[in-house]
Design a protein around this ligand. Structure first.
Ligand SMILES: [Zn+2]
Length: 392
């Protein structure tokens, strides 16, 4: 699916009016509550675009390179790192990016008799006809989930006390498997980690093992209390993003000292616009296969500012490291003096996952108790978060 079609993008605002089960909790995070931060955002934007504020934004990186970023990270100026990640950080874990050509997601859909391909991730269609989604989920359910070097690099950031938050577009739960806690995460497009009954009066929560068993039994998961369909907490088309996304965005992006953007082409809104919410001096490092997030005319019309700037003569804070996310994180870890620590962490954690998954025969029986395995399904763009935690 094209990234622009990401579920949730249509009614991206924190507003009511969607049929999302989260709507009720969205109302307390509305934009009105954030007047001050909006003013700050506008002020920053104006001073940047109009060249107000004299000498321009402070330059905190000595040089616009990975080395420059690593020196900044080791300084006492860098206390809060925010990561923004997408499908590119999970591809080396064997989880396909369904937006990439060749993964064949939509080509496989013909047998489901859908009115149009995206219907499979449309909440209105799902409520009437959930079978195609669960059939596809079974077909696409990955056999094993091993977080990547990049995921464990974020875990190291957390252990070093540097990680303010990880904003992820992925629904594969690999951040959690790697050891990030719910409070470290904003799962912007939701997650397979939890599921909820669609019955508005019920909303009972179910865990991943329960959902996996239903999926592999080819059963449409039904609530054991009210018999309504149970849906993984991923964001479908027609649903709003988790309220947590909008509420934390307000405070996190004012505090961030370094923005680390990894494995995302920054084309799904409103997620992509987050890069423009950081303070004017905050350095932004992109680790990705190609440059992205640069000037976007449409975005600037929406007031999102000029995007990332790696190459112009005005560039002063943005760094692009092009290549594989794991290699980029390994290179950064080396510059930070964390190379051995990262390698050992990956080795230890992967060994633990292997040990667990060897006990019951992997991939076979649905009824066994496999390790906590994330499910990646409908395009990493359709995800829905655990914003509903504790609502049950
Ligand atoms: Zn129920």
């Amino acid at each position: 699916m094209a990234e622009q079609e990401a579920p949730g993008a249509a009614d991206a605002g924190p507003g009511p009016g969607s049929d999302s089960p989260d709507s009720d909790s969205d109302s307390d995070s509305g934009a009105g509550a954030s007047g001050e931060s909006e003013m700050e955002f506008l002020r920053t934007l104006l001073s940047r675009t109009l060249g107000l504020g004299g000498e321009g934004p402070e330059k905190v990186l000595e040089e616009l390179t990975l080395e420059g970023v690593s020196r900044f990270m080791l300084s006492d100026q860098c206390k809060n790192v925010v990561c923004m990640v997408g499908a590119g950080i999970s591809t080396s874990a064997g989880i396909p990016d369904f937006r990439s050509p060749g993964t064949g997601l939509y080509a496989n859909l013909a047998s489901y008799n859908l009115p149009y391909p995206e219907a499979i991730f449309d909440i209105r269609f799902f409520k009437k006809n959930p079978e195609p989604f669960f059939a596809l989920a079974k077909e696409l359910y990955p056999g094993q989930f091993k977080p990547t070097v990049c995921h464990y690099f974020m875990r190291l950031l957390k252990e070093k006390g540097l990680l303010l938050r990880c904003y992820t577009q992925n629904i594969d739960t690999l951040e959690r498997v790697a050891g990030l806690a719910a409070e470290d995460l904003v799962e912007a497009h939701g997650t397979f980690f939890t599921s909820h009954c669609l019955g508005t009066a019920c909303r009972k929560q179910y865990n991943l093992d329960w959902m996996k068993e239903k999926i592999f039994s080819s059963l449409v998961p039904k609530c054991d209390q009210c018999n309504n369909v149970v849906k993984p907490d991923i964001v479908f088309f027609g649903e709003s993003l988790p309220s947590r996304f909008f509420s934390l965005m307000q405070s996190d992006f004012q505090k961030v000292d370094l923005l680390l953007v990894m494995g995302t082409s920054l084309q799904v809104q409103p997620f992509a616009s987050l890069v423009s919410r950081v303070p004017a001096k905050t350095p932004r490092l992109l680790i990705n296969k190609e440059k992205t997030g640069q000037s976007d005319f449409c975005l600037s019309l929406l007031g999102y500012g000029p995007g990332l700037d790696f190459d112009s003569d005005k560039a002063y804070r943005d760094v692009a490291w092009l290549g594989d996310c794991d290699a980029g994180c390994a290179a950064l870890a080396e510059l930070l003096g964390w190379k051995t620590e990262l390698q050992e962490l990956v080795k230890r954690e992967h060994a633990a996952i292997d040990t667990k998954s060897q006990q019951p025969p992997r991939d076979s029986a649905a009824g066994s108790t496999p390790p906590p395995q994330p499910a990646q399904t409908p395009g990493s763009s359709s995800e829905k978060s655990s914003g509903a935690e504790g609502k049950e």
